[in-house]
Structure formats: structure tokens, C-alpha cells
Design a binder for this molecule. Structure first.
Ligand code: CMP
Length: 138
């Protein structure tokens, strides 16, 4: 059964010109792009998206970074999409990411780590609904 997950190509990767290369990695791994949009987001929008991290020390910096320039919001689909995307992304900290992963190739730091992917079904549902309306997902 195909499963949907939510992903962001983060502002660091867009700024460095890695968008096409990351989309190619996703394509090669068998993800179908259900929906995608390039936009800049406000700091309050970033804070709402990352609300589960609001008590973390990096929360303010993270939301400033995420609102620092254009990013790509995406809904991706394939069998086992959530776990497979996490594997393809690699560890949050690129220093710990395995060879061949997107973060190993394209991320600069634990914060500016090139890509986001939902970590579970409930978070994917929240994150897709936060950024996309139903009519954009047909
Ligand atoms: P992401 O998968 O989008 O989920 C939360 C984000 O917070 C994470 O990727 C990183 O960009 C950031 N993050 C997580 N841990 C840290 C940390 N220890 N220091 C700074 N940023 C972090």
C-alpha cells in the first residue's frame, strides 16, 4: 500500500543549488511527488510547524533558519515512504550520516541539514495538513 510522507528541501540546500540533485535522489529511490511548492515561510509559520520542539534550546535558531529563504514543501508517496525517506536522508547530524545519504552529501550542520522528513504516520498527517490543502493533493 503506498504511503505518504511530508518533506522539505530546507533553505540551506536551496541556497546552495542542491534542489535538483535532491529531487533526483528522491526520484531514483522511487518516490512520487504528489505535490510540491517553492515558497518562503514566516517565522511564526515555522514555529507552528515545529511546535513539538518549542522547549528545545535550538528552537528559536531553527525557526529563524527555516524562515531565512525559499524552501521546497513536498508530499511524497511510495510503499513504506516514511521509513524509506528517513533512511535515505541519513542521521539528523550530517557528521553521523551514512555514506550515500542525502545529508551526508548535501547537509552542512545539525541545523542546516538540507532535508526534513516526517518521523511517523501521525506526524506525517499533521505536517501534510499544515502546509497543503486537500485540493492540492489530488
Ligand atoms: P528536522 O528533521 O527538520 O527536525 C527538527 C530539526 O531541528 C532538525 O531537522 C534540525 O534541523 C534541527 N535540530 C535538531 N537537533 C538540533 C540540535 N541539537 N541543534 C540544532 N538544530 C537541531
Amino acid at each position: 500500500m503506498p504511503q505518504r510522507t511530508f518533506s522539505i528541501i530546507k533553505p540551506d540546500a536551496v541556497r546552495k543549488g542542491y534542489t535538483g540533485a535532491i529531487l533526483a535522489e528522491l526520484d531514483r529511490a522511487g518516490f512520487r511527488i504528489v505535490a510540491a511548492k517553492k515558497q518562503s515561510i514566516s517565522k511564526p509559520q515555522a514555529e507552528g510547524f515545529y511546535h513539538v520542539h518549542k522547549e528545545r534550546p535550538f528552537f528559536g535558531d531553527l525557526c529563524t533558519f527555516m524562515s531565512s529563504g525559499p524552501l521546497f514543501l513536498m508530499v511524497l508517496e511510495k510503499d513504506n515512504a516514511i521509513a524509506d525517506l528517513r533512511k535515505l536522508m541519513g542521521a539528523t547530524n550530517p557528521a553521523n550520516a551514512e555514506e550515500g545519504t542525502i545529508r551526508k552529501k548535501f547537509a552542512g550542520s545539525i541545523q542546516e541539514n538540507a532535508i526534513h522528513g516526517s518521523d511517523a504516520e501521525e506526524t506525517a498527517a499533521f505536517e501534510i495538513g499544515y502546509w497543503f490543502a486537500g485540493y492540492e493533493l489530488i
